[in-house]
Design a protein around this ligand. Structure first.
Ligand code: SF4
Length: 328
């Protein structure tokens, strides 16, 4: 417990729409240890981003956290007043968004945008503020930090803008960095550089990272632990080696088979048939059953419970009820 930085317990998030309530996240548990990189992986619409926004207490209306607890450093942050949460947000917990061009303000220079955090969270002004900004730009691998300091976002490349976003996230020395698809908008070479940078910064700054991605290649590169999410629920969790070398859930299996193979032998790319369900019309029983090649009668009627394979590795699937693999 002492080692745990973030602990999410039975978290549910609902959107209160005129036509009724829509549950985007349904009773999930998740934890991040100190200096650990935890990845939440799944298709669009699985509830990954809204989970991250819940940690920041930034769920857009009409969304609400309808139940559960989020402990950060042992304190339930769903119970603290908004002014205390504002101090935590951007200081102890930072978030880097998917598309830096949309997240950076186009009419302000980089110095103004990072400077706002420096003033607000560290209280530095004038020359000390400038030095702090240049220092953090250098920390994220920007060589010509003075030019970038004076630049507007449109004067920078996509990779450079993402480095600036990471610099903004790190300037207040957070203990948890939440990165939501931080490399999705970048080409492969720059993606690799940004992932290397995140891994390097995690070591250098003793950071914990919660990384949200649909890309198992990204998970493989920097993840320590993995949570596989589907239609608002966790389907499988484990350390990286357990998930990649011994996946138990058919959805995880499908995601792994869908990763393009760059080897010399060409093969047709596997796709998981069907689509993620509409949250307004969730299937009964296991939410994955309409797409699952192993679906059994019980899967259509009952919700699977957790089966543990090791202290970290669990899956929610009827194939393993009682610990024994069953045939569909
Ligand atoms: Fe497939 Fe059934 Fe397992 Fe769901 S519970 S993933 S439908 S085998």
């Amino acid at each position: 417990m002492i080692d745990t930085l973030l602990k999410i317990s039975k978290l549910s998030i609902e959107f209160l729409l005129p036509e009724g309530s829509l549950k985007a996240v349904d009773g999930i548990n998740l934890s991040v240890r100190k200096k650990e990189t935890v990845c939440i992986v799944g298709e669009s619409g699985s509830g990954k981003t809204v989970t991250a926004l819940a940690i920041m207490r930034l769920i857009p209306k009409p969304g609400i956290i309808s139940s559960g607890e989020i402990f950060f450093n042992g304190e339930n942050i769903l119970k603290i007043p908004e002014n205390k949460m504002m101090q935590l947000r951007g200081a102890s917990i930072s978030m880097v968004f998917q598309e830096p061009f949309n997240s950076l303000n186009p009419v302000f220079r980089v110095s103004d945008q990072i400077g706002e955090s420096v003033e607000l969270h560290i209280g530095l002004k004038g020359l000390a503020k400038e030095q702090k900004i240049l220092e953090v730009l250098k920390l994220v691998g920007i060589q010509d930090e003075k030019r970038v300091y004076n630049s507007y976002p449109h004067e920078l490349s996509g990779g450079m803008r993402q480095r600036v976003m990471i610099a903004m996230g790190l300037v207040s020395n957070p203990s948890l960095l939440i990165a939501d698809e931080p490399t999705t908008a970048l080409d492969v070479t720059i993606q690799s550089q940004i992932l290397d940078l995140l891994a390097e910064l995690k070591e250098k700054l003793s950071l914990s990272v919660l990384l949200i991605t649909h890309d198992l290649g990204v998970v493989n590169e920097i993840g320590d632990s993995v949570y596989v999410m589907y239609a608002g629920k966790i389907m499988e969790k484990g350390n990286k080696s357990e998930i990649f070398n011994n996946p138990k859930h058919p959805y995880t299996e499908g995601l792994l088979k869908s990763v393009p193979d760059l080897g010399p032998v060409k093969r047709r790319l596997y796709t998981i048939e069907g689509n993620i369900p509409n949250l307004k019309e969730l299937p009964n029983g296991c939410r994955f059953h309409p797409r699952c090649p192993y679906a059994m009668e019980i899967c259509k009627k009952q919700t699977p419970v957790e089966t543990k394979f090791s202290s970290q590795h669990s899956a929610w699937c009827f194939r393993y009820q009682g610990g024994e693999e069953q045939n569909g």
